[in-house]
Design a protein around this ligand. Sequence first.
Ligand SMILES: Nc1nc2c(ncn2[C@@H]2O[C@H](COP(=O)(O)OP(=O)(O)OP(=O)(O)O)[C@@H](O)[C@H]2O)c(=O)[nH]1
Ligand SMILES: [Mg+2]
Length: 245
Amino acid sequence: MCTTCGCGSHEMSHEEMHRRGIAHGHEITVEQDILSENNRVARQNRTRWGAAGCVAINMVSSPGSGKTTLLERTIGRLGEMGFRHVAVIEGDQQTENDAARIRRSGVPAVQINTHNGCHLDARMVASAFDELQVKDSLLFIENVGNLVCPAMFDLGESLRVVLLSVTEGDDKPLKYPYMFAGADVCVINKVDLLPYVDSDLARLKGNALKVNRHLRFFETSSTRGTGIDAWCGYLLSFFGGEEVR
Ligand SMILES: Nc1nc2c(ncn2[C@@H]2O[C@H](COP(=O)(O)OP(=O)(O)OP(=O)(O)O)[C@@H](O)[C@H]2O)c(=O)[nH]1
Ligand SMILES: [Mg+2]
């Protein structure tokens, strides 16, 4: 069981729970309380952001898949396309590194440090949004690198995007199904490395579709710029309301 968010497997066997000393009745009650309070604040966020003309995008992935690099590239390309209304909330356990990278791209960013926490929650991003003081903007939220816990926490986003880099292996959607089941879009990043890894794009997509047949895919190299035009075009049409979730 994760010690910071209380998330645990509902499918853990009775024997496994006893082996780990988990009192199951208590675990389920605490988890339900945490999630229902989070969902309440997430609904508030959705209402507030909608009223401010902001569209929030929750970016989730394992550490190092390329979330910040994709954001840097996206901000640059959107700027070239004449769209500069972008703000970013960054989530990491420690450091201001990612927020500093984003600010160098010329857009406002607020860093959240979760310390021993493994995910962002709705209350954290509500405070960060207050600090940003933006309106009529695309609001990117880069979640803590983790393919497990962020899946359970609605932040109030309009779109959830899961990144998977080709170096992580094409079986990840099957091994971490909740993250892919809860996402709207899957960005397959680092496609420039495909010649060097034993990862198959068709198999990766097939595995992702097994857990979520509604997923929309983009293939990108954030370092080289491959696929960024299609991705940015999609973001603009989503922001403009032409694309629905
Ligand atoms: N070859 C290649 N490298 C990439 C690509 N995207 C990101 N990287 C590299 O991958 C490493 C991690 O990238 P980040 O953007 O920091 O990843 P992240 O998901 O933000 O990482 P965390 O915030 O720590 O979870 C860096 O060395 C990037 O240069 C890509 O498309 N191709
Ligand atoms: Mg990052």
